[in-house]
Design a protein around this ligand. Structure first.
Ligand code: MD6
Ligand code: FE
Length: 224
């Protein structure tokens, strides 16, 4: 799409005195970036996540290739876990031995609404993976393919420090699109884009002492 420096205003109805809080950008035929979609709920989301983390604290998980730099936890009926033997969804937290904290209604409803907003219909997420990035943390290119139900979309909410999201294709070596994710942004993708490779480049520390010190990402999925 070409950049249009000047768009003539043909009717007074196109003039709005209010800045747009939220807008959609298409990243693929079934992938959207909803800029600022979660902003009105940021405070409530932080509180709900803090509550969930009291039951299942953040921890760094290992993979067959080493330790992840992102600290993680989950809420909802299922949680995504990783260890040296591989990845899986589990109904209880291996750290506490008890079920994951329930998915707080504010998180569930935000994910449902975002999916609905771009036309995915009745999304009923069962898992919310909580990803916590300190400056220096990153997530390598991967596909989300541990879910039995690949028809449901994925909704991902970003809060705090900005990051550069890498959005690739269906092969690991396909070219990668770089997408800036800021506080309050929501990604929704599914359908033909469901198995696209993606990752998060190394998160940089804040340029101002008043800015957020970390990045929080919530990824909502249907598992079964
Ligand atoms: C992150 N997100 O944004 C990591 N996966 O920190 C993901 O891995 C992800 O944002 C699937 C769909 C959306 C995502
Ligand atoms: Fe992912």
């Amino acid at each position: 799409m070409s950049f249009q420096p000047f768009v003539p205003i043909s009717s007074a109805s196109q003039i709005s005195l209010l800045p747009e809080l939220s807008s959609e950008q298409s990243l693929g035929s079934q992938a959207w970036l909803l800029k600022g979609y979660a902003l009105p709920h940021a405070g409530a989301i932080f509180e709900a996540v803090a509550d969930a983390l009291e039951g299942s604290p953040l921890r760094k998980m290992s993979t067959a290739r080493g330790w992840m730099s992102v600290a993680q936890s989950n809420c909802g009926a299922y949680g995504w876990v990783s260890d040296r033997t591989g990845y899986r969804y589990a109904t209880s937290d291996p750290l506490t031995g008890t079920p994951w904290p329930a998915m707080p209604p504010v998180l569930y409803q935000l994910a449902v609404n975002a999916a609905q907003h771009v036309g995915f219909g009745a999304f009923d997420p069962q898992a919310c993976l909580i990803n916590y990035y300190e400056p220096g943390s990153r997530m390598g290119l991967h596909q989300d393919r541990d879910e039995a139900d690949l028809k449901a979309p994925i909704v991902s909410v970003s809060l705090g420090l900005p990051a550069v999201f890498q959005f690739g294709g269906l092969c690991r070596t396909d070219p990668v699109q770089k997408v800036g994710l800021e506080h309050g942004d929501v990604l929704v993708w599914g359908g033909v884009d469901r198995l696209r490779f993606h990752g998060v480049m190394t998160v940089k520390s804040a340029s101002s002492p008043l800015a957020h010190a970390h990045r929080l990402n919530l990824t909502f999925r249907r598992v079964t």
